[in-house]
Design a protein around this ligand. Structure first.
Ligand SMILES: Cc1cc2nc3c(=O)[nH]c(=O)nc-3n(C[C@H](O)[C@H](O)[C@H](O)COP(=O)(O)OP(=O)(O)OC[C@H]3O[C@@H](n4cnc5c(N)ncnc54)[C@H](O)[C@@H]3O)c2cc1C
Length: 413
């Protein structure tokens, strides 16, 4: 995938459509501008001169001529020319995940002359792609949107020669000393001398009844960057007490009439960076409800009400927009049967965090490097790693460090 040429995109859909949300979310996280219009159900008129009678919505109109009916993100990415088969079978380094850690590893590996492919199952940017404004990353005094930061990094990696294999997932992997083999979901087989696993975390669910029914129709995971304009003059709720929830609240406050931040603990101070909690508490249209949990969801085709529990007292509130930012669980299902050991919470153990029992399978005389897993030459970087600091800067630092260690490993042959 080379540099992207921005096409003109117009997404047309009925209100409250989950498929439409999936596309808006994907395009927003991919830093692609697009127009969005809603039409009434059964709409038989035309948009941009294109008749929509009998079309399956959502419809994506590309450059006023190509019409994609109810496309998946993969079909959109294919139309935009982002989905390419791997250019080669063998690489020096395979990177799994294109969040900040994987992107950083790609930039450093490619700039140091390694042949490198980044395999990403969703959008470039990972969690950072859903951040409306990252204010604590070095070099951006006024902040930068996560999607923009990720797109700059992607371009930088591509310029150095890194290859991005998007919307594909490793469905099978074998990790042996100097012999990494991956089978991708489309059947492609790749080999490499070493790998960096930077698969990050995925949003945690509330675990409530009907949660799946309302996903994309009033209930969203993450900062909801793509949904903020739809919250204009509305009452919205954000669940969570950490930085992602604080950012979501501040971003939504620019549109919504009122934002209620629902926090399980007694205050924000222990879980949110102080610059952000100060701002949240000073924002006139943000209200913080501490010691409170969401315990019920109700509605019809979309979310209409939530049930809150505050110190044992339950109340029902009208709520049509609920953003859930309660942290995540590691994406490590891939580690099964690879010999890569995890910690008790499912994060990848590396270097000094490998327990004596986990080290019994270590085959080399030297100790594992700091970011090396229990399999030589397989490194983990960023949020997926046990005991990592969950920040963009740390993920970027670990991605760069993993490449240096991979270099050292590759020169051991
Ligand atoms: C809303 C929000 C706001 C945030 N704001 C800030 C902030 O202001 N400052 C800050 O420092 N940090 C912030 N963070 C945290 C920061 O974004 C994360 O720490 C960082 O993104 C971690 O990067 P990562 O590359 O390790 O993992 P991730 O960002 O989680 O990326 C992992 C990538 O791997 C992909 N993947 C997973 N499994 C597979 C697989 N099997 N095959 C292929 N690909 C796979 C995923 O699709 C994803 O793209 C925020 C997070 C969120 C959610």
């Amino acid at each position: 995938m080379s540099e992207r040429i921005a096409p003109r995109l117009h997404l047309v859909d009925v209100a409250d459509s989950r498929d439409g949300f999936t596309l808006r979310d994907y395009l927003t996280r991919s830093a692609i501008p697009f127009a969005f219009s809603t039409v009434p159900p059964g709409f038989a008129g035309a948009v941009d001169g294109i008749p929509l009678r009998d079309r399956r919505l959502p419809v994506l109109i590309v450059d006023d001529e190509v019409v994609l009916e109810d496309p998946t993100p993969t079909e959109v990415a294919m139309q935009l020319g982002w989905v390419m088969p791997p250019r080669r079978r063998t690489y020096d380094l395979l990177i799994f995940g294109a969040g900040p850690a994987g992107l950083s590893a790609a930039v450093y590996a490619a700039s140091e002359g390694l042949s490198v492919a980044v395999i990403e199952r969703d959008a470039v940017g990972g969690q950072a792609g859903s951040s409306s404004l990252i204010e604590n990353y070095l070099g951006f005094p006024h902040g930068i949107s996560g999607a923009e930061l990720a797109d700059h990094a992607r371009q930088q990696a591509v310029r150095f020669g890194a290859e991005f294999i998007l919307l594909r997932e490793g469905v099978d992997r074998t990790f042996r000393d100097h012999d990494v083999r991956a089978v991708l979901a489309d059947g492609s087989r790749l080999t490499a001398g070493a790998a960096v696993c930077a698969t990050g975390i995925r949003w945690r669910r509330l675990g409530l009844e009907r949660e799946t029914d309302f996903f994309g129709a009033g209930l969203y995971y993450g900062a909801g960057t793509s949904e903020a304009p739809a919250c204009t003059d509305q009452d919205v709720y954000v669940v969570g007490g950490a930085n992602s929830a604080g950012q979501a609240a501040m971003n939504l406050a620019a549109y919504a009439q009122r934002v209620t931040l629902i926090v399980r603990g007694p205050s924000l101070s222990s879980t949110m960076s102080s610059y952000l909690s100060t701002r949240v508490l000073a924002q006139p249209n943000v209200r913080v409800l501490t010691d409170t949990r969401v315990v019920g969801l109700d509605g019809d085709a979309r979310l209409r009400r939530i049930v809150l529990d505050r110190r044992g007292t339950r109340t029902t509130r009208d709520a049509e927009h609920l953003f859930v930012c309660i942290g995540g669980d590691p994406n490590t299902r891939w580690a099964a049967h690879t010999g890569v050991h995890l910690d008790a919470r499912g994060f990848v153990a590396t270097g000094p965090d490998l327990t004596p029992e986990q080290r019994t399978t270590w085959p080399l005389e030297r100790d594992p490097f700091f970011l090396e897993t229990s399999v030589p030459g397989i490194f983990a970087a960023g949020d997926v790693r046990s005991n990592s600091i969950k920040r963009v800067a740390s993920a970027v630092g670990e991605g760069a460090m993993a490449v240096t260690l991979a270099h050292r490993y590759l020169s051991e042959v």
